[in-house]
Design a protein around this ligand. Structure first.
Ligand SMILES: Nc1ncnc2c1ncn2[C@@H]1O[C@H](COP(=O)(O)OP(=O)(O)OP(=O)(O)O)[C@@H](O)[C@H]1O
Ligand SMILES: [Mg+2]
Length: 616
């Protein structure tokens, strides 16, 4: 599900195809604005053509024929042309910016909504910071693609046509001279854009990696400092930075190569025209107005020609941007709901795993036929070594991933056949890594249930043994939490997450190491509170600490993706060779203070070493 990094060549028709798609998707409401902008651009183009045209009368009537009566009229016409051009320029710029900003806003919203729809698997296989950077760099391309095209076609192209008409009318022979620079210019532009195409996409990718790496390094700053990784990371980033710099330089070199080429060609045209017209004037008597008008048109045509020559370069980059945006938007979310999927109904809350096989990738199976029942209204505990697949069970029950085979049923309904939304609404989940979002503590609890009252938020916090510490915060419940709750302790973050889950009032509660960061006393308090709050609900609790699970109605022992034992605490202890009994022995040994003994042993060894004694 990684975003592909394929380097497909842009087909000539592709700009049009993408523009069509953008227009089709963003509908008709922009058409009016684009027509208005086009009219402004055409008005500006017409006035440019007019300014060149009127040069003939300026020279012939005012200076050659000395028609004093026409001075005021001609001057006023020139002034009028500038005013119209100014207003038209203002109009098109404002309209195009407004439409462009609105387009960007729309795509940002669409992208966010789409990212939220994509499955957990997409997000685990793409680095979040890099993804955000890529979207950020690309979203403007949609706006540029439309804006640049419109300006090029309705602005520069129309201006050029107007000026060419003026040139041809004023002096057809000279026009042929001027137009000779067209073919070599087009040839040069084509060659350059082909080279730019490749490098544009690579640049965006390298840039995204760079920004992503910077963000990751700052997020993990405590680890970076603790392991003195600064130099190491700096070296690694230096490579990305110099790569980006090199690419930017290359882009500049290639695209700026157009400047000397077009200047030279323009110089050739202007010099040729002056030379030819000069010789002609020396041998033929002719009023100079037409030539002046022609040269004005030629000089005025230079800017639009230069811009048009560059348009292809700009479009090329915008096209790469737009394509990368559509690559994300076109990803189909997996685990989609089947058409007409019914809502999950949970009258009792029984959860049943039937011979579940699953692996995150084909090479590495994680669960090998897991079957167990979490009875309705009871507490089922899942224990097992790290990596046994416990968190995976919660991910599958939430339907973050599809099963390889087997099924998971809630009150007899296969969760794969009901809507995901209805399934997740029935489950309150505290994940192993509690996550807090930007906002206040109260906001974070209220994500459990949007319409919860303030009193309900407080009640949930109390049950999660969080009320006390929250009230001690500088602004109580309205205290903003740092990035991912960085201003709270690990245990405080867990308690806020538990409060969020309690507030959800769902029939199934899923706790994955939810109290692992708490001291035994706080944990016991939360457990008592949960026991009351969760009466009649199905609770599935995952814990390493066996003190958390002794009171569970049933304990399921998972080992390397298989259920190896099942029963109550007493039942499991009755088999002294069982896995659970072994866990229990190890943990109670720690509880009996053997840990301190080990420490003593270590210090004894150290002192032996210090005195040169042998270590057994
Ligand atoms: N997103 C993932 N992609 C690939 N493999 C994964 C992913 N998440 C977990 N795994 C692998 O699946 C196996 C089971 O992981 P899981 O998180 O379910 O273990 P766990 O029993 O919850 O362990 P712990 O007690 O440490 O939380 C592990 O080998 C792990 O490497
Ligand atoms: Mg886990």
């Amino acid at each position: 599900m990684k975003i592909k990094a394929e380097k497909k060549r842009a087909e000539p028709g592709e700009v049009i195809a993408v523009i069509r798609r953008i227009l089709a998707e963003n509908g008709r409401e922009y058409i009016g604005s684009y027509v208005a902008a086009a009219l402004c651009l055409i008005a500006a183009a017409a006035t440019t053509g007019f300014s060149a045209w009127i040069m003939r009368d300026v020279i012939d009537q005012i200076f050659y024929q000395r028609r004093a009566d026409l001075i005021v009229l001609i001057s006023l016409l020139v002034f009028g042309a500038f005013v119209v051009r100014g207003l038209a320029g203002y109009g098109q710029a404002v309209i195009l910016s407004k439409v462009g900003n609105n387009l960007v806003a729309r795509y940002q919203q669409r992208l966010f909504d789409h990212l939220m729809r994509l499955g957990v698997d997409f997000h685990t296989s793409n680095r979040s910071a890099q993804l955000a950077a890529q979207i950020n760099q690309n979203v403007g391309g949609i706006r540029d693609l439309l804006g640049t095209t419109l300006k090029a076609v309705a602005g520069d192209m129309v201006t050029l046509v107007a000026l060419v008409v003026v040139m041809v009318i004023q002096d057809p022979v000279l026009s042929i001279f001027a137009f000779l620079i067209g073919p070599p210019l087009i040839f040069a532009v084509n060659k350059l854009t082909r080279r730019l195409r490749r490098i544009s996409r690579e640049t965006i990718e390298v840039n995204s990696r760079l920004i992503g790496a910077m963000q990751e390094a700052t997020q993990g700053i405590a680890v970076v400092k603790a392991f003195t990784m600064e130099d190491q990371l700096s070296r690694r980033i230096a490579k990305l930075i110099s790569d980006t710099e090199w690419r930017s330089n290359k882009i500049a070199r290639i695209s700026e190569r157009l400047t000397p080429i077009s200047e030279m060609l323009a110089g050739l045209a202007v010099a040729g025209v002056i030379a030819y017209a000069g010789y002609r004037a020396a041998y033929h008597q002719q009023p100079p107005g037409a030539v002046f008008s022609f040269i004005s048109a030629l000089l005025l045509a230079y800017d639009p020609v230069r811009r048009l020559a560059r348009v292809q370069i700009g479009l090329e980059r915008a096209l790469v941007n737009a394509r990368m945006i559509y690559e994300i938007l076109d990803l189909k979310p997996r685990q989609g709901d089947a058409p007409g999927a019914p809502q999950l109904r949970v009258p009792k809350g029984e959860v049943r795993f039937n011979d579940v096989h699953f692996g995150y990738s084909e090479e590495l199976p994680v669960l090998h036929g897991v079957s167990f029942v979490a009875e309705a209204g009871k507490t089922t505990a899942i224990v097992g070594a790290s990596g046994a697949g416990k968190s995976t069970l919660t991910a599958l029950l939430e339907r973050f991933y599809d099963l390889e085979s087997g099924s998971i049923e809630v009150d007899g309904q296969d969760i794969a056949t009901v809507t995901k939304k209805s399934l997740r609404e029935k489950i309150a989940f505290v994940s192993q890594q509690p996550y807090l979002f930007e906002g206040t503590i109260a906001d974070n609890i209220r994500y459990g249930r949007e319409d919860a009252t303030e009193a309900e938020v407080r009640a949930a916090a109390e049950l999660a043994a969080a009320d006390e510490f929250i009230r001690e915060q500088p602004q109580g419940y309205d205290t903003p939490v740092g990035e991912n709750g960085a201003t709270l302790s690990g245990g405080q973050r867990q308690r806020v997450s538990i409060a969020r889950a309690i507030l959800r009032q769902a029939p199934i509660l899923l706790l994955d190491e939810a109290t692992s960061a708490l001291d035994t006393e706080s944990e016991a308090r939360i457990q008592d509170a949960l026991a009351t709050a969760m009466k009649g609900r199905t609770v599935i609790v995952i814990a390493h600490r066996l003190s958390t699970v002794v009171h569970a109605d049933k304990i399921v022992v998972l080992e390397s993706g298989r259920v190896v034992e099942e029963g109550t605490h007493e039942e499991l202890l009755s088999d002294p060779h069982g896995v659970y009994a072994r866990f229990h022995r190890v943990q109670s040994a720690k509880g009996l203070g053997l840990v301190d003994d080990t420490r003593k042993k270590v210090s004894v060894r150290r002192s032996q070493r210090a005195t040169g004694g042998a270590v057994a």
